[in-house]
Design a protein around this ligand. Structure first.
Ligand code: CO
Length: 291
């Protein structure tokens, strides 16, 4: 492929720069699912309104087969994006669904759900991501809600050497499968041919990250290798981000949102604004009033 043909005149006047490269931490969660915690607790303030990003990818069933049996959530939203494999979810409100490759589950825990997320396969590859998106204080005790988004319901934008799957927000005139007021999340899955360049306008006040899961990209001159997150720095005049694929092409998540600027109090699967609200969540769960 002639990579120079993929370069187009720059539309952004002042793209963001790479502030920091994050490797993520190997950990396990649920009943012993091995995963990489990319967005860790110490980055919640910096990447407000995002609270957590986990990446899981394995060909070994031992790494995922135990799944995530019944557990509670309160005060935020979970966005699960499957690349490979199948995961079944059930919750305390009687909802059930099957996430297959390319699908998204968007769940608003609100005042509380108890749910399970279990692999529906005995072998083969399981790969995907779970993102936690905070809720504003006024919405933390809202009614629980969820939507299973089938692969064909996720709009795509196609540019030169670029396919963007638009999970949330908007790119190049294409509205994503989900829109959210308040945090205005942008969630793109970018498939970039070798040398391809993708540009996305972003409000300078929004926090943004890129997570590379195949190949490598550059933000300005700074490389972001595979299985790394780049935190994107914004100057007051920053107008967006330019993501350039390396010689092997790349696949990457581009995630951005408007910070809430509210206190964050977390205890495991509960994310509220104050310690008292956390104690209440624990008490409600213990007494069966959460699900
Ligand atoms: Co969960």
């Amino acid at each position: 492929m002639n990579t120079t043909a993929l370069h187009r005149p720059a539309a952004l006047a002042q793209p963001r720069t790479l502030e920091r490269l994050v490797r993520g931490q190997a950990t396990s969660d649920g009943a012993g699912v091995r995963l990489t915690r990319v967005l860790t607790h110490d980055l919640q303030r910096r990447l407000d309104p995002f609270l957590l990003l986990d990446a899981f990818a394995s060909d070994d069933a031992d790494d995922y087969i135990a799944g995530f049996p019944d557990h509670p959530h309160r005060g935020f939203e979970t966005v699960t994006y499957m690349l490979e494999g199948r995961m079944r979810h059930r919750d305390s409100a009687g909802h059930e669904g099957l996430l297959s490759a390319g699908a998204v589950q968007w769940m608003t825990a609100g005042r509380g759900v108890v749910h399970s997320e279990m692999p529906e396969q005995q072998d083969g590859r399981m790969e995907g991501f779970q993102l936690w998106l905070n809720l504003p204080a006024r919405s933390k005790m809202s009614e629980p809600w969820y939507r299973d988004i089938r692969p064909q319901e996720i709009p795509e934008w196609h540019g030169e050497g670029v396919t963007a799957r638009v999970i949330a927000g908007r790119t190049h005139g294409v509205a994503g499968a989900m829109q959210r007021e308040g945090t205005e999340p942008l969630y793109l899955d970018l498939h970039l041919a070798p040398g391809a360049v993708f540009e996305q306008p972003l409000a300078a006040s929004h926090n943004a990250l890129v997570y590379v899961y195949r190949g490598a990209v550059a933000i300005g001159e700074a490389p972001v290798p595979t299985r790394h997150m780049g935190i994107l720095a914004a100057a007051p005049a920053s107008d967006g981000v330019r993501v350039a694929a390396g010689a092997e092409g790349a696949r990457a998540l581009l995630i951005a949102g408007r910070p809430l600027g509210e206190p964050i109090a977390q205890h495991g699967p509960f994310v509220m604004n104050t310690r008292d609200e956390i104690l209440q969540a624990v008490e409600d769960y213990r007494s069966g009033r959460l699900g």
